[in-house]
Design a protein around this ligand. Structure first.
Ligand SMILES: Nc1ncnc2c1ncn2[C@@H]1O[C@H](COP(=O)(O)OP(=O)(O)OP(=O)(O)O)[C@@H](O)[C@H]1O
Length: 264
């Protein structure tokens, strides 16, 4: 269980106008869930993810993973960013195996584990290819495999499909639903897209503009259907999907102060 308790992050500014990026955020991410944080640009989504990853300290509050406080990056959290961070000089297999190499896992074992993960993300035939021969979607698949290689407790994904064209993005959403169903990993996923949040989230948290707060929380189940059918088309015309999309849209676009207690 990932537990975020009363987390705030303030970035000090030399002009005295400190930036309150995150404001008293509390959130639990249960095993086997996909929590998607959605909100307008600058509402503190990446700050939240970076704090969980251990890349930046909280100004106040605590984050614990299975009871252990997070104070630095660690192999129990796998991270996927919008921009892939593949090493251009290493082939796909070695890119996936990178974290295992750092942890001293011997070559045959890290390659075996990495090949299994490449199979999971549909890239079994690309193990020996250099990253520059891959499309954007394929590079993100490698990123997912790499993040899973150390068998983390949670996958942290910061707009991982944000730079992809809409068709590739849909394919990647289907892939992630299937990876989640097969591995049962807990996932925190950050996005600007309300449709993506509803497609993938078992819990969707809506964040307010600065200072970033959680203003509403919804439970959804569309991702199980996507994982089962391998198709996101049908769920997006579901009346409940359309209703939630409208509700979240109006929450995000509501002026500050007009939000009521929609926290569920
Ligand atoms: N290192 C930093 N120093 C000062 N301000 C920062 C720093 N990092 C982020 N901020 C500010 O904190 C606020 C939240 O940023 P953050 O990147 O978390 O938002 P976001 O919701 O992820 O935005 P986007 O969706 O555009 O990526 C923004 O106003 C940003 O400018």
């Amino acid at each position: 269980m990932l537990r975020i308790h009363d987390a705030s992050v303030t970035f000090p500014a030399s002009d005295g106008h400190d930036v309150h990026a995150l404001d008293h955020v509390s959130l639990d991410i249960a095993p086997d869930s996909i929590v998607v944080a959605v909100g307008a640009s600058g509402c503190g989504k990446s700050t939240l993810l970076n704090a969980i990853a251990g890349f930046l300290p909280l100004t106040q509050g605590t984050i614990t993973l299975d009871g252990k406080e997070i104070v630095a990056p660690g192999g129990d959290r796998g991270v996927v960013f919008q921009k892939d961070t593949l090493l251009p000089w290493a082939n796909v297999l070695d890119n996936v195996a990178l974290g295992l190499k750092y942890r001293g896992v011997r070559r045959s074992e890290r390659h075996e584990r990495s090949r299994r993960l490449l199979e999971l993300v549909g890239l079994a035939d690309f193990a020996e290819k250099p990253p520059y021969e891959l499309s954007g979607g394929m590079r993100q698949r490698v990123g997912i495999a790499r993040a899973l290689a150390t068998d983390p407790k949670i996958l942290l994904m910061d707009e991982p499909f944000g730079a992809l064209d809409s068709l590739t993005r849909e394919t990647m959403q289907q892939l992630l639903a299937s990876v989640w169903a097969k591995t049962g990993k807990q996932i925190l996923f950050i996005t600007h897209s309300i449709e993506e949040a509803l497609t993938l989230g078992t819990t969707i948290v809506v964040m307010s503009p600065r200072p970033g707060r959680i203003v509403a929380r919804f439970e959804a189940d569309f991702v199980r259907e996507v994982a089962r059918s391998g198709d996101i088309g049908p769920i997006q015309s579901h009346p409940r999907f359309i209703e939630l999309r409208q509700e979240i849209r109006s929450l995000i676009h509501q002026p500050e102060g007009a939000r009521t207690g929609t926290l569920q």
